[in-house]
Design a protein around this ligand. Structure first.
Ligand SMILES: C[S@@+](CC[C@H](N)C(=O)[O-])C[C@H]1O[C@@H](n2cnc3c(N)ncnc32)[C@H](O)[C@@H]1O
Length: 272
């Protein structure tokens, strides 16, 4: 009761700082307050109890999965190519946290995740090629009621494959340089060579480690609408420093009830 009152009277900014600080010490310095808010909304406003955290590992050691697992989720599954020791250690302390080591962008992976309230794609959608981001959404649409998406959205006129715009343009639109990030150093030189880490024969230009897509809000909402989902929450989280035409955004999409499909096209705005 006391906790609820404190939460009600405390400004949102302070609550965000508190959340980030709490989970910083417990898990990782890098959990993002906007992503945590999206999870809180799903838990509290939508009653979500099962979560799939797709691509939840890098730099955050599955921190968002752990957060869900500690905040009322009955079941959490994290899917990624590999797990960090920090995550495995946290997982060993929890019964409701599962890990699937696999390419998340496969229909059989979505089928194995099978039946969750909520699919989370945080900084992950723009990496998906072969199959592309829209196909990945399709695979999971059959298995979830909600999508929580945090993505670096492209503000240009139409969705583009970033690499196809040329090296100089590409490097103005991604937060990495060949000098500071290994994956980007020989990306263009080796673009058409098979990548040694993949067994499916994909080339460097199709690897998941680098930014692949500039997805527009228009195309993301259109694809989701076609899959039967409408926006119930949307937040603009601002420009990325020194990068052209890219804004961080959060979205919550909810499966439209048959009777509310007609309203789906208008389901925009910062509300839940
Ligand atoms: C930029 S990190 C985002 C980490 C975390 N979700 C966050 O918000 O900070 C992308 C993560 O997705 C994983 N990933 C990307 N594409 C993947 C795929 N097709 N299958 C499995 N993991 C993938 C990467 O291994 C990495 O852990």
């Amino acid at each position: 009761m006391f906790k609820r009152i404190i939460k009600k009277i405390t400004p949102k900014r302070i609550l965000d700082l508190y959340r980030a600080a709490r989970y910083k010490s417990a898990q990782s310095p890098l959990l993002n307050a906007d992503k945590l808010r999206l999870i809180d909304l799903a838990l509290k406003k939508k009653g979500a109890r099962s979560f799939a955290d797709l691509g939840g590992m890098w730099r955050v050691n599955g921190g968002y999965s752990v957060y869900c697992s500690d905040r009322g989720a009955e079941r959490v599954v994290l899917v990624d190519f590999s797990a960090t020791p920090e995550f495995l250690n946290e997982q060993s302390k929890r019964k409701n946290l599962r890990y699937i080591q696999r390419n998340l962008a496969l229909k059989e992976t979505a089928d194995e995740v099978n039946g969750v309230d909520c699919v989370m794609l945080f900084d992950v959608l723009l990496h998906q090629v072969q199959p592309d981001w829209n196909e990945v959404l399709k695979y999971y649409a059959a298995h979830t009621k909600l999508f929580l998406i945090y993505n670096q959205q492209f503000t240009g006129a139409r969705t583009v494959r970033l690499l196809e715009q040329g090296r100089e343009w590409y490097l103005r639109h991604v937060p990495h340089t060949p000098a500071d990030t290994e994956e980007y150093s020989d990306l263009f030189e080796k673009a058409n060579e098979p990548h040694p880490r993949y067994s499916d024969g994909r080339t460097y230009r199709d690897m998941h480690d680098v930014w692949q897509w500039g997805i527009t809000d228009h195309d993301l909402t259109r694809v989701m609408r076609e899959l039967g989902f409408h926006i119930v929450y949307e937040q603009d989280c601002g420009w990325l420093p020194k990068i052209e035409e890219i804004r961080n955004k959060t979205f919550m999409f909810e499966r439209a009830q048959p009777q509310s499909r007609a309203n789906a096209a208008h389901g925009c705005g910062n509300h839940v």
